[in-house]
Write a protein that binds this ligand. Sequence first.
Ligand code: PGA
Length: 249
Amino acid sequence: MSRKALIAANWKMNGTKALIEAVNNVLAEIDTEAELLICPPATLLPFFPPSNKVALGGQDVSAAVSGAYTGQLSASLLKEAGATYSLIGHSERRQYQFETDALIAEKVVTAVTAGLTPVLCVGETLQERQQEKTQQVIAKQLAAVYASHPELLVKSVIAYEPIWAIGTGESATPEQAQETHAFIRDVLQSYDNVAAQQVRILYGGSVNAENSAALFTQPDIDGALVGGASLKPDEFAQICLNYQTSAKE
Ligand code: PGA
């Protein structure tokens, strides 16, 4: 089953109009097999020029459709600003905004209903990995969304982001990542067998120009969610170039 790769940039609370220009200039020059996605701070979305090459996404979306939710952004607001995707359930939101699996599931429903593609982020802490609970934790995070809404899987992207690898410079090894990606695909089969083969599972956590090519050779790694390295235009472009279907194991 060949899946179109997706390389996504998560700028987090960083970025400027100058970075938009620099990244666009570099990406315009490269020929990559992957689809490209940038998730900047939402205030920057309208400053991206229209592009066929780079899709835009939010970093979060409200579970509510509209109304009195000070500070939140609805799916339709994000869409109007140019987004077609949104990250949902990033570990920094789970940790700092106390987002629960139940809230994250609501957000996925709201996003899909409004026509945004959710990039659902899952992953374990270092302690959970050491206690050999990685699979249990991830199965629960996936079940929270897809057990009651299996029909949403075909409209989703999944990002596996081990929390111990985010921003630490210590990426999962290609073998560690592949093992968990294969597990995720297995779990998803119980919700929708066909969609589980089609859904793109991105790896995130200290992806950079050096380690990305080896990660991308793994059969169940369909792209990357890149934080820190996505703020360096040349490095992000190199990561995009490193995705080569022909190198898949
Ligand atoms: P990182 O962040 O690449 O800086 O580790 C990834 C993420 O949090 O999405």
